[in-house]
Design a protein around this ligand. Structure first.
Ligand SMILES: C[S@@+](CC[C@H](N)C(=O)[O-])C[C@H]1O[C@@H](n2cnc3c(N)ncnc32)[C@H](O)[C@@H]1O
Length: 385
């Protein structure tokens, strides 16, 4: 846990899931810069939050927690961000109802008077969000974006310009920058280009040539990831009524492949991104029989899957959390998979060779075999004994 000190107050904050050994803070200079700017730091005019305050893309709830007195609406694609916000409000003795939490898939508020945007890693997600929020923005809406310098590009500013109105940036402070955008109600309203659908190549097993749906911001939304492609060619050939989990499902291509290859299996698709789970559901439904059974879960790894209830877990684990590289999520997924597997159940993982997943799997499962490999990727199998 760490303490954020701003003109709004002092707040104890942590990421979710909280890991006392995790040195990564739950906020950064971009959050601080925005909060201080609202309060008129460095001689600028303070912005008095009034009307509907919307906070988009808050990473770990630092913005929503610091602004809880103004009853903001938080809009996020991340289940982890949402859980972090709830926990951070509680940690600071704030009313959990002081922040209204919406996912990026929920209908946004009809009118927004102060729009605060933490620039996401994905330009596509920003584009989609600005399109969804544009009708709620009016000539008097104050729009401020924030991000680290390395996250804000000309293309970022162009999106604000094109969808909301004239845009300029601030000076950089502690490698963070603000974006000031003046709404232009005369701008033509264009629909979001998302979701994006493409057909898979012909050499990827059961899903060859099938079409996948990708909502904005999901992993590799515009083409098949090369690691996933390798995985699809080496998935286990199983039959029978397996319960399969596609863990960190993204657009659901892996779980859909398992379902098509074994029609007796039931697949649960899990991701912490609302956009990913919606994509997986559309990919699965578009490619399977109308009565095919599957479950779609927005959550943190295997946390909501009962112990000893799964026969097979398939995963291409994430190794980033926003901009940071981390193996914490993969480790958490492997532990969760072991707990959820039945005796004899298997976890199949694809990863870059250099990530060293085999060492972690051997530690957690006591075994690990290499099923396939090329110079870049390995597919590994660990069995619950
Ligand atoms: C490398 S991508 C793989 C996506 C998809 N399976 C594929 O191969 O194209 C990893 C996925 O894990 C998801 N993820 C990250 N952290 C997670 C968590 N704690 N619980 C569940 N999913 C998570 C990400 O949103 C992302 O969709």
């Amino acid at each position: 846990m760490n303490r954020l000190t701003t003109s709004q107050g002092e707040f104890d904050l942590a990421r979710f899931p909280e890991n006392p050994r995790d040195p990564l803070r739950a906020w950064d200079a971009a959050d601080e810069y925005l909060l201080n700017r609202l309060d008129g730091a460095e001689g600028s005019e303070p912005v008095r939050p009034s009307g509907t305050v919307a906070v988009v893309g808050d990473r770990w709830g630092a913005l929503a927690t610091a602004l809880a007195a103004h009853h903001p609406v938080q809009i996020t694609d991340s289940y982890l961000a949402r859980r972090a916000t709830t926990a951070n409000l509680a940690r600071n003795g704030l009313d959990p109802d002081s922040v209204r939490m919406l996912s990026v898939r929920d209908t946004p508020p009809e009118r927004v008077d102060l729009l605060l945007v933490r620039v996401p890693k994905s330009l596509a997600l920003l584009e989609d969000q600005l399109h969804r929020l544009a009708p709620a923005v009016h000539a008097g809406t104050v729009v401020i974006g924030t991000g680290m310098v390395k996250e804000i590009h000309t293309s970022t500013l162009k999106l604000f310009e094109r969808i909301i109105g004239p845009t300029r940036t601030s000076l950089a402070v502690k490698k963070a920058r603000l974006i000031f955008c003046t709404p232009d109600p005369a701008l033509p309203r264009t629909p979001s280009p998302w979701p994006y659908r493409y057909a898979l190549p012909g050499d990827v097993g059961a899903v060859s040539g099938r079409t996948v749906t990708n909502h904005a911001g999901i992993f590799c939304a515009e083409r098949l990831d090369i690691g996933t492609r390798f995985f699809l060619k080496h998935l286990p050939a199983r039959t029978g009524p397996d319960h399969v989990v596609d863990l960190g499902c993204g657009n659901g291509v892996v779980g859909t492949s398992a379902a098509l290859a074994n029609p007796d299996a039931t697949v649960t698709f899990i991701d912490e991104s609302y956009q990913a789970v919606a994509s997986a559901e559309e990919t699965f439904r578009a490619n399977s029989a109308p009565d095919a059974e599957a479950h779609f879960l927005v959550g943190d790894a295997m946390a909501d899957v009962p112990p000893a209830s799964v026969d097979l877990v398939l995963s291409n684990p994430p190794f980033h959390s926003h901009q940071a590289v981390t193996d914490a999520t993969a480790r958490n997924m492997f532990h969760g998979a072991r707990a959820a597997l039945r005796q004899g159940g298997e976890l199949w993982v694809v990863g870059n060779r250099h990530l060293g997943y085999h060492t972690q799997l051997r530690r957690i499962f006591g075994n690990c075999a290499t099923v396939a490999g090329d110079p870049k990727f390995v597919v590994l199998r660990a069995v619950k004994r």
